[in-house]
Design a protein around this ligand. Structure first.
Ligand code: AMP
Ligand code: MG
Length: 411
């Protein structure tokens, strides 16, 4: 059997970061920057006021007090956006608003709260130190410096910086287009009636949502029956709109394992048994003229989900231009024993990871869900982590410390 790590290396070998494209800021939200961005300007671009008040010469207010306020004539009114080249002479002042350019001659701003708010003349009741309430040009960003590094994920703060330095678009790795296709003659669309021997299809919803959560554009192709011609045709159809194709079902050892049958004949897809539980049967390779990467996941819903988190997620991260890190992990104490784990296979047990802050080996606990069958998907909804039982370990006592992978939460 192939190790989990080897399979991760193999699937990562199938992909490279997607070619950068230029996107407008909001379209680039959530994408990864493909080149560093330097600022072509200083920020702020000019000295300006950080408060509503009066631009003054600080020396003029040296003797000001509540008992004896200093009165200054107001020679101008400077709103934000003002372009008049106002100047303030000694003994005079200008009313100024937040963000408005500091007039020549002024070396401080007196907040309106220190004054009587006068329009023709203003009374100021205390002295001000030079530089007060002035935002200097370049004190945020100096012209020419790199404001965002290549590889930055563009969230709210990053978009704000890009907009502030005047960028309307940026080169990013586009969102990978993920097409999800399930196979199985027994599958029925949720919302429609079900017959004997049938089940409602759930994998494609799960995987499409998981791919969206990873910052991809994901398309649910739905499901097809176990007919080789239809499966082939649907996969070929999907290739035009896919950077990566995900299928579920039809990859184990049974008859009617249609994905395996079709892809074994076509493309470079290789089918392996990976030393894990759930999720042992895995296939990966490329299909079609443009060698589109395809990962064929097992049909059991829990196997499919765990396969996504272990193998598909790093692939999507690499396509996005991120490092293909595994799920974040912590160590946790088991709140119950694990009576059995298969020798030679690594178990991923759905668990509820909690922080209890206790001292000792780790402040986390892992409560293992009772239903761990690869068809028992109910616990997917209430667990937030996968506890890892190594290949060589076949049982664990309560209180044992294990590695626990944190599953992504819904956005
Ligand atoms: P397979 O890998 O096709 O042999 O399927 C393994 C098990 O997973 C069977 O019990 C299938 O009914 C179930 N299964 C396969 N595909 C899906 C799906 N898309 N949604 C829900 N269950 C599925
Ligand atoms: Mg099947």
């Amino acid at each position: 059997m192939k190790s989990v790590e080897q399979h991760i290396r193999d699937v990562l070998d199938l992909v490279e970061p997607l070619e950068p494209i230029d996107l407008d800021l909001l379209r680039a939200h959530g994408a990864v920057l493909a080149e560093p961005v330097a600022s072509g300007v200083a920020l702020p671009p000019f000295d300006n006021s950080s408060m509503d008040g009066y631009a003054v010469t600080a020396d003029d207010l040296a003797g000001a007090s509540a008992e004896e306020p200093v009165r200054l004539p107001v020679v101008a009114d400077i709103p934000a956006g003002d372009v008049a080249a106002t100047a303030v002479r000694r003994g005079h002042c200008a009313r100024i608003m937040t963000g408005a350019p500091l007039p020549r001659g002024a070396d401080a701003v007196v907040p309106v709260e220190w004054t009587d708010g006068g329009l023709a003349t203003v009374a100021v009741d205390r002295p001000v130190r030079p530089g007060n309430a002035i935002r200097r040009a370049g004190e945020d960003v100096e012209k020419g410096v790199t404001v965002l590094q290549r590889g930055a994920r563009l969230g709210a703060g990053e978009l704000a910086v890009l907009a502030a330095v005047g960028r309307g678009s940026v080169p990013v790795h586009p969102r990978p287009r993920v097409v999800v296709l399930s196979t199985g003659a027994e599958l029925v669309e949720p919302g429609s009636p079900i017959g004997p021997g049938q089940i409602w299809e759930s994998n494609s919803y799960m995987l499409t949502a998981a791919a969206l959560d990873e910052g991809c554009s994901a398309f649910r192709r739905g499901f097809v029956g176990d007919d080789p011609a239809t499966v082939m045709e649907t996969i070929e159809d999907a290739l035009v709109e896919a950077d990566v194709v995900l299928t579920t079902g039809g990859v184990s050892m049974g008859a009617y394992d249609v994905v395996k049958e079709v892809l074994s004949r076509l493309g470079t897809v290789r089918f392996d048994k990976v030393a894990m539980q759930p999720g042992m049967p895995q296939g990966a390779g490329t299909v079609g003229d443009s060698a589109t990467p395809i990962l064929t996941l097992p049909g059991n819903p829990v196997s499919s989900y765990v396969s996504f988190q272990l193998f598909v997620r790093p692939v999507l991260r690499r396509l996005r231009g991120l490092s293909p890190d595994p799920l974040p992990a912590v160590h946790a104490r088991l709140t119950s024993p694990v009576p059995h784990s298969p020798k030679g296979r690594r178990s991923y047990l759905r668990s509820v990871l909690e922080y209890d802050g206790a001292g000792g080996p780790t402040p986390y606990t892992a409560r293992i869900a009772t239903r761990q069958g690869s068809h028992q998907l109910s616990a997917l909804a209430e667990t937030n982590a996968l506890a890892v039982v190594p290949e060589a370990v076949t049982e664990l006592a309560e209180g044992s410390v294990v590695e626990v992978l944190q599953l992504p939460a819904a956005p």
